[in-house]
Design a protein. Structure first.
Length: 239
């Protein structure tokens, strides 16, 4: 091999290495964490939610939200819920592989299992009354991981987000945007946050993010499901 060929080969290899490094820097792998929230309704603390992200088998990730009633009627009814998502990491964002939801209380229980087959591009949803199927969409998440996906998009600099979300009967493209930058104070501290609203639905949704610090909201208020408010109490990185 001549000197010029050697130089060209070395240069080409360097370009490939730099490209791989840049791609890796642009789309870093998920970072495990545990975030604890105070759950309130009508100004009264009624529970605690613990959100956890950790590695799972087959290169996938497990994202869970465990909510326990600790006060008011939620405690009286023994209310608790569990949401567990398995997702794969694709192009710097999560894509749901499975989602399990369970809610238990003294007077009512609910469940939902969602399974995504990315080989056949089919979603199967079963709430105990027989499965329903529909077609997937690239970048699809579920309602559990949607706030996390929004946080990652904000961290990447997006101000408007169109998010495909697997719901009961179809993939719903939910639209979000940064409405304002506001100071917010929660038990975990004070933050200069970006307030995100949902623009395609009448149900009030407000989530405050400090995206360069945390990939999940520091505060979330949602009227759909009982006027609940979540405030970040603590955030710990690592397994």
């Amino acid at each position: 091999m001549t000197a010029s060929n050697t130089l060209r080969t070395f240069t080409a290899g360097l370009v490939l290495a730099l490209s791989a490094t840049m791609a890796s820097a642009a789309t870093p792998a998920p970072a495990p964490f545990t975030a604890t929230y105070q759950v309130s309704q009508g100004g009264q603390v009624i529970g605690q939610a613990v959100v956890t992200l950790k590695p799972a088998a087959n290169g996938q990730w497990e994202y869970s939200n465990q909510t326990t009633g600790t006060g008011g009627i939620a405690a009286a009814l023994g209310a608790n819920s569990s949401e567990v998502t398995r997702f794969r990491w694709n192009n710097g964002a999560p894509e749901t592989v499975s989602y399990d939801y369970r809610m238990n209380a003294a007077i009512k229980s609910k469940q939902r299992h969602t399974d995504v087959n990315w080989s056949t591009n089919q979603v199967t949803v079963d709430e105990g009354k027989g499965p329903m199927t529909y077609v997937t969409a690239p970048g699809m998440v579920d309602r559990n991981t949607a706030p996390y996906a929004i946080g990652l998009a904000l961290r990447a600099g997006k101000q408007a987000i169109a998010l495909p979300v697997a719901v009961k009967r179809n993939v719903e493209t939910q639209q979000f945007k940064v409405a304002a930058k506001e100071a917010v104070k929660v038990p975990a501290g004070s933050f200069q946050a970006e307030r995100v609203v949902r623009t395609d639905n009448d149900a009030a949704f407000n989530a405050w993010y400090a995206p360069q610090k945390y990939p999940v909201p520091v505060k979330l208020a949602q009227s759909d499901g009982g006027n609940l408010e979540l405030q970040l109490v603590s955030y710990k990185g690592g397994n």
